[in-house]
Design a protein around this ligand. Structure first.
Ligand code: AMP
Ligand code: ZN
Length: 435
């Protein structure tokens, strides 16, 4: 069995050879928990779950370790807590719980370990100390910075030249930086900001540090696969590599780097101001989780994906047809394994699914990719439509309209739209129907 993945580090499709086939180790960057996860955030969760399942199938269920972190220290979290007048812990706990509920509905496996940044501050401080000791970091003005020119081969993953790195890092001109590409390992905290005591004063870690510290703790200094969205390739992953390799004195942090492409909605970048911002939570009000997952996997993970209502309708129809054919799962046909082994080619695997005639094999193939074959789980029912909530939203919208607050009334219409509810304003008031 040969697995091949497109490795961002070598920029080629390489044969996968685990360091130790008894324990294949993968890490994926998880969410920053400050708000509902959007459907773009679901993409790495879904595609790297298929990877986890494939590796378990090939190497054995107990021979794969999957670590996916939770970023629970970040300035976006502080801002949210401040805005709502609640504690940081309340924001992160509530959001983490919501995230778990959302992705459970997608039918993904739990990772082996799901470490939280705030529980690993000591490991991060130790890593910064090691970097200072080895001459790769320096203290300046209450901050600790990574000294980029101290690492001659910095930049291998993103393959950028120095000018591009300076532009891409959006480095603010800080007088305490020796070089504009140097990045923050530790920064001071004041007021309501979260903070911990450290040799460099009370402060908090820079964003990149947690993944280096936690991957080392759970997967070792060098491991097999590191994954995340393409937006993380630079600077996040580049900086993770710098921190890990320079603190451990190794040549490699992870052998294979996988990056998923971006998701856009109905041909446009998802954004709150465009009103096309889809949360997993909102979509689940109307679409079964397995349909969301199937819709995601119909596009190859490295390609950009255009998320559309029409695509979801098609996914529902195809999945219903497949589930109707399922019987008790037997063996996974080689055609499915071959497709997935070829850089996780899920669209090819789905095309192959249509060629299988044996009901037990169809079920086994679907199960391997994380589909239950349970028709009750993909019924687009109105049972999960909350009429009281819809009526309350319509009432708020009527009030907003009476107040001529058009921004608010549009926002509510969009919220209902995301729930799959269409409004019609007529002489007898507003009526709604399921789209
Ligand atoms: P964040 O919480 O912003 O750090 O993102 C969590 C994960 O979601 C990262 O792996 C991001 O690369 C990924 N991600 C964020 N937005 C999108 C998008 N629109 N399409 C695909 N992946 C995304
Ligand atoms: Zn990371």
């Amino acid at each position: 069995m040969t697995l091949k993945f497109y490795n961002s580090l070598t920029r080629s499709r390489d044969e996968f050879k685990p360091i130790n086939a008894e324990n294949v180790r993968m890490y994926a960057c998880g969410p920053t928990v400050y708000d509902y996860a959007h459907i773009g955030n679901a993409r790495p969760i879904i595609v790297f779950d298929v990877l986890f399942r494939l590796l378990r199938h090939v190497y054995g269920k107990d021979h794969v370790t999957y670590v996916r972190n939770i970023t629970d220290v970040d300035d976006k979290i502080n801002a949210r807590a401040e805005r709502e007048g609640i504690s940081i812990a309340e924001v992160t706990e509530r959001t983490t719980e919501q995230f778990h509920a959302d992705i459970a509905a997608l039918g993904v496996l739990e990772p082996t370990v799901e470490p939280r940044a705030t529980a690993h501050i000591k490991q991060m401080i130790d890593m910064v100390s090691a970097l200072i000791e080895k001459g790769h970091a320096y203290e300046a003005d209450g901050h600790v910075l990574f000294d980029v020119p101290s690492m001659p081969d910095y930049g291998q993953l993103s393959n950028r030249n120095r000018d591009e790195m300076i532009a891409g890092a959006r480095v603010e001109v800080a007088s305490y930086k020796k070089d504009p590409t140097d990045f923050i390992l530790w920064k001071p905290s004041t007021g309501n900001e979260p903070g911990w005591d450290s040799p460099w004063g009370y402060g908090r870690p820079g964003w990149h540090l947690e993944c280096s510290a936690m991957s080392a703790k759970y997967l070792g200094e060098t491991f097999d696969i590191h994954a995340g969205g393409i937006d993380l390739q630079f600077p996040h992953h580049e900086n993770e590599i710098a921190q890990s390799r320079c603190s451990h004195g190794t040549d490699v942090m992870a052998n294979v780097w996988l990056h998923n492409g971006f998701l856009q909605v109905e041909g446009e970048k998802m954004s709150k101001s465009l009103g096309n911002f889809l949360t997993i939570h909102g979509l689940l009000e109307y679409w079964p989780g397995e349909v969301l997952k199937f819709n995601m996997l119909r596009t190859h993970y490295r390609q950009p994906i255009d998320w559309t209502e029409k695509g979801l309708e098609e996914s529902l129809t195809i999945l219903q047809r497949l589930y109707d054919k399922c019987a008790e799962a037997t063996t996974v046909p080689a055609t499915i394994i071959d497709a997935l082994s070829d850089d996780l080619n899920t669209p090819k695997a789905i095309a192959e699914l249509h060629q299988i005639t044996d009901p037990g094999e169809i079920a086994a193939a679907l199960n391997l990719m994380g589909f239950s074959c349970d028709t009750a789980k993909i019924t687009k029912s109105q049972g999960n439509i909350d009429e009281a909530k819809i009526n309350a939203l319509i009432e708020s919208r009527n009030q907003a309209r009476a107040d001529k607050n058009w921004a608010e009334s549009d926002r509510i219409r969009d919220e209902l739209d995301a729930m799959g509810i269409e409004l019609k304003d007529g002489p007898e008031g507003t009526i709604w129907k399921v789209k």
